[in-house]
Design a protein around this ligand. Structure first.
Ligand SMILES: CC(C)(COP(=O)(O)OP(=O)(O)OC[C@H]1O[C@@H](n2cnc3c(N)ncnc32)[C@H](O)[C@@H]1OP(=O)(O)O)[C@@H](O)C(=O)NCCC(=O)NCCS
Length: 180
């Protein structure tokens, strides 16, 4: 049992998935919310992500992308949340533990970036403990102060408010570039 500011979280057991199953990236649907919830909660229990409530997931479902495998299992998720005219946050990034290291995290982030570019956003950022993963995708570490106060919109509700270890990473898109 993990304790996060008085909340007890029971250990999460994710459905078993096949590492070699084919995968498709698509926008999330309401029926995916349970799977997204458990995937994020699995990693939250390990201290790597913030728990997202069902309420949050339903309200923000249009932000989410999922990777669904050919057996119908959700093996990855990510969200793009627009904060302002020139800034969006990549959040809720999680890959099933059986499918780590196969390029799925990269695929999810590039999918969210493509959506950001299509919307006309010049940059995206993320709060993360996986700085080197984001560096491999062209992000750079930035100071909290270099980002507008809007980026702290969720901090007040965060159980790690006084003990935040997350690092801000940002990626500026070059005009005309298509990805990577
Ligand atoms: C972080 C996470 C999304 C990465 O997904 P993944 O599918 O395992 O990563 P990929 O296979 O797409 O890796 C892409 C690149 O990043 C590198 N990488 C992946 N995880 C890394 C890590 N933890 N540290 C350093 N580099 C990493 C890979 O080597 C690869 O680089 P390459 O293309 O030069 O070989 C996944 O491990 C995860 O779900 N972690 C737990 C939850 C979490 O921390 N989420 C992030 C919240 S911001």
């Amino acid at each position: 049992m993990t304790e996060v500011r008085g909340l007890s979280l029971s250990p999460v057991v994710l459905p078993e998935v096949r590492r070699e199953a084919g995968v498709e990236l698509r926008k999330a649907r309401l029926e995916d919310v349970d799977a997204i919830y458990w995937l994020i909660r699995y990693w939250a229990e390990k201290g790597l992500m913030l728990v997202r409530s069902h309420s949050h997931l339903y309200e923000n479902i249009r932000d989410f992308w999922v990777l669904e495998d050919e057996d119908g299992q959700i093996v990855g998720t990510v969200a793009l949340h627009v904060l302002w005219r020139d800034l969006a946050e990549i959040r809720g990034l999680a890959v099933h533990p059986t499918r780590q290291g196969q390029g799925l995290g990269r695929w999810l982030v590039l999918g969210a970036e493509r959506e950001a570019r299509d919307l006309g956003l010049p940059r995206v950022f993320a709060w993360t403990l996986q700085v080197n993963f984001f560096r491999a995708l062209g992000y750079r570490v930035t100071s909290r102060e270099a980002l507008p106060p809007k980026v702290w919109s969720e901090c007040n509700a965060c159980p790690f408010y006084e003990n935040c270890r997350e690092i801000a990473v940002v990626k500026e898109f070059s005009p005309g570039a298509s990805g990577g």
